[in-house]
Design a protein around this ligand. Structure first.
Ligand code: ZN
Length: 113
């Protein structure tokens, strides 16, 4: 495999609903999940996901995709609570793998080298 000098790595992510204490108020069930690879979200066929927790999760995902310092809470913390304070839903973000991207394939801005 050829090494290109403009390569970088992002983690693939899986976000899965786990049970917190109390009742699920939103339309997400334990075990529901979606995955993020690069810029692409994917959902299992036929599974839906409510927009309010999705909106709360989205800002965290690009940071979680990137390599972070071992002392950074972004590295260690995996569970995000549902934004509905009455909902028991917790969303566990797992780094499932590493994917190599090339700057020249994802950006029109030239690298400064
Ligand atoms: Zn919820």
């Amino acid at each position: 495999m050829t090494q290109h000098s403009d390569e970088f790595i992002l983690y693939d992510l899986r976000v899965e609903v786990i049970a917190g204490k109390g009742k699920m108020m939103c339309n997400h069930k334990v075990g529901d999940f979606f995955e993020l690879s690069g810029e692409n979200l994917s959902f299992p066929a036929g599974q839906t996901f409510p927009i309010y927790p999705l909106a709360a999760l989205l800002p965290l995902l690009p940071a979680k995709q990137r390599q972070t310092h071992e002392n950074d809470w972004m590295t260690t913390d995996t569970d995000i609570g549902c934004p509905d304070p009455h909902c028991a839903g917790i969303f566990r973000i797992t780094r499932t793998g590493e994917r190599v991207f090339r700057h020249s394939e994802v950006s029109a801005v030239p690298l400064k080298k």
